[in-house]
Design a protein around this ligand. Structure first.
Ligand SMILES: CC(C)(COP(=O)(O)OP(=O)(O)OC[C@H]1O[C@@H](n2cnc3c(N)ncnc32)[C@H](O)[C@@H]1OP(=O)(O)O)[C@@H](O)C(=O)NCCC(=O)NCCS
Length: 153
């Protein structure tokens, strides 16, 4: 199994392609190249050689809250454990940073429930996280499901 690593700046075009492949199918939110470059330290990748086959990001929202976002595994690399490895890497990093809670917004709640995240009403999330939503073409009719888990830190 390929291991998870922190993304490098050279990975950005491939991360961009991977995320937007699924965004074009309305399965996740699109990300611009500049957004990925600016937040590259948030990203983990799984690579096969030089090819990025999966990615995910942990973005810090506040002193006690971080978001797992942009989880994408290339279709021909799915069901091989990469998604699991990426979520585990995000949760590990959040614990190491001393962050108390991690949330996500997704169309795949069942996948995230496997890692101890539970569904909550989106309105329970702090206002601060909505800054990104204002730029979403779907706002304010968001149909993603919110999930959250508390970490033992
Ligand atoms: C969802 C996704 C990230 C899973 O990645 P993956 O690498 O295939 O996941 P894994 O191989 O680690 O699978 C782990 C398990 O989760 C299960 N699983 C996958 N999607 C699931 C879902 N929506 N609900 C419940 N279980 C799910 C798999 O069946 C597998 O189960 P198993 O171990 O019993 O066989 C991947 O399918 C993907 O990138 N989808 C398109 C983009 C997307 O929807 N991203 C999600 C969030 S924004």
């Amino acid at each position: 199994m390929n291991r998870v690593e922190k993304a490098k700046i050279q990975d950005v075009p491939q991360i961009h392609r991977l995320i937007n492949y699924f965004a074009d199918r309305d399965e996740m939110l699109a990300r611009s190249l500049s957004e990925i470059y600016e937040n590259i330290r948030d990203y983990f990748v799984v690579k096969q050689g030089e090819q990025v086959v999966a990615c995910a990001a942990l973005h810090i929202s506040w002193s006690d809250l971080a978001e797992i976002k942009s989880v994408a595994v290339a279709e021909d690399s799915q069901k091989q454990g990469s998604g699991t490895q990426l979520i585990e890497a995000c949760l590990k990093e959040a614990r190491e940073l001393g962050i108390a809670s991690v949330f996500c917004l997704t169309y795949q709640p069942g996948f995230f429930e496997r890692f101890g995240l539970s569904q909550i009403d989106k309105m329970e999330l702090p206002r601060k996280i909505w800054t990104e939503c204002y730029r979403c073409p779907k706002f304010p009719d968001c149909d993603e499901v919110a999930l959250i888990c508390n970490l033992e830190v």
